[in-house]
Design a protein around this ligand. Structure first.
Ligand code: ZN
Length: 409
């Protein structure tokens, strides 16, 4: 850690404790006594549950008159998290987002087709604010209505598609089905930070004929736009003038060395409305070693490999969805789409792996199932029950795909 980073972090902590949330959490901590990286690393983590407990506006760290907007993270598991933003937070976010577009060499001549949702969720409006600051034409579609998406994409000559990977795949498949690829003007895809495998990536890129970029972010920390991949496709540059990040062992909380996979933890350096100190994102990634060929001086994290919560243990073996992605990408005849069900039957765990294939059901798919089972055992360590299904039989979603269903508990 550079000395000026420590100064920035100390200032961020001092600002954070002006609000009740950190005033309470850090009441026994001598902030002036934080004088090294090691001191900082002794501070407790903040987790999503703490943010939920602060519902509705317990995170607010500045007076009411300074708050200009709120966003909320999806409340799929009960109470949502409300994040208040000041005018400066909103502006900072747009500056970061503009930098994301520039990192992908997107210019003010581009027409940016935005499919992530608008509203309480941060995504859509972030993509739009960044596009407008860049001077590009924003096409604020929001999700859904595939028919209209494709028509607008053709008529407006959209050059950049912003989407989640699963929605980009759905659109790519629909365009292929309709045979209208020649009428599409897309050159680049900016794909939200959902974990996605190489095979899915290649399919989207090939079918849409675009170069793909990964964008990183989460509602709790501005939203999408705090990190972005460049044309060298070697991880995402993180905007460390706005955030400080660490990679920890999700089980022990210990800091991990460069290159090792763990959970991403973020501290905001200048967020006013709802600053966060050592926030656990639950996203699995690693710090990429070395410098990027593009010359950008911002450190990189790897493509998100999954959620630390998605990690499952079956018969004593730890499995991340990304392991299954890369396994399936090596087997001919298997598509990128799959689903895992884990059940506990007759006293033992059973892992069933459904995968899509374009092969006709019969002897060939039976052989493919055997191959998948054999490869799974060889590379991951346990034998699943593999089941081939036809193309498009597994659900696609406009938001994030859920691929692992643990029915044991
Ligand atoms: Zn780069």
């Amino acid at each position: 850690m550079k000395p000026d980073m420590l100064d920035k972090i100390k200032k961020a902590i001092k600002d954070a404790v002006k609000g009740d949330f950190y005033k309470h959490r850090f009441k026994d901590i001598d902030i002036d006594g934080i004088n090294s990286k090691e001191d900082f690393e002794k501070l407790p983590f903040t987790d999503k549950k703490d943010l939920r407990d602060a519902y509705p506006l317990g995170l607010q760290a500045v007076p009411d008159e300074e708050i200009v907007r709120i966003h909320s993270s999806s409340g799929t598991t009960g109470t949502p998290v409300i994040i208040p933003y000041t005018k400066k937070d909103v502006e900072d976010w747009a500056v970061m987002f503009k930098r994301c577009y520039e990192t992908a060499e997107i210019t003010n001549l581009d027409r940016i087709h935005i499919t992530p949702g608008y509203g309480l969720w941060t995504a859509g409006i972030g993509f739009q604010a960044g596009a407008e600051l860049l001077g590009a034409m924003a096409i604020p579609m929001g999700p859904g209505n595939t028919e209209k998406q494709i028509k607008m994409m053709i008529d407006m000559k959209s050059t950049v598609l912003c989407a989640t990977s699963s929605y980009a795949l759905l659109l790519a498949e629909e365009i292929a089905k309709r045979g209208c690829k020649d009428e599409i003007h897309l050159k680049k895809g900016v794909i939200g930070s959902e974990r996605w495998g190489e095979k899915m990536r290649k399919r989207i890129a090939d079918e849409l004929g675009v170069k793909l970029y990964d964008i990183y972010g989460l509602t709790e920390i501005y939203g999408p736009g705090i990190g972005m991949s460049c044309k060298y496709e070697c991880g995402m540059h993180m905007w460390t003038d706005y955030i400080y990040f660490e990679i920890i062992d999700p089980k022990t909380g210990e800091l991990l060395p460069e290159g090792e996979m763990g959970e991403l933890v973020i501290t905001t350096l200048c967020k006013e409305g709802a600053p966060l100190i050592r926030y656990r994102t639950h996203d699995l990634t690693r710090l990429m070693p070395g410098k990027c060929e593009c010359g950008l001086d911002y450190p990189r994290i790897d493509t998100i490999l999954g959620r630390s919560d998605d990690m499952v243990k079956v018969k004593g073996t730890i499995i991340y969805p990304s392991m299954v992605d890369s396994l399936l990408s090596t087997i001919d005849g298997v598509s990128s789409e799959y689903q895992i069900m884990i059940d506990h039957l007759f006293g033992k765990d059973i892992l069933t792996l459904f995968f899509e294939t374009s092969l006709e059901k019969g002897k060939k798919t039976k052989e493919l199932e055997k191959t998948v089972e054999r490869e799974f055992k060889a590379k991951i360590g346990i034998t699943p029950v593999a089941k081939a299904v036809g193309m498009f039989e597994l659900p696609r979603s406009e938001k994030k795909s859920n691929r692992v269903f643990d029915n044991r508990y």
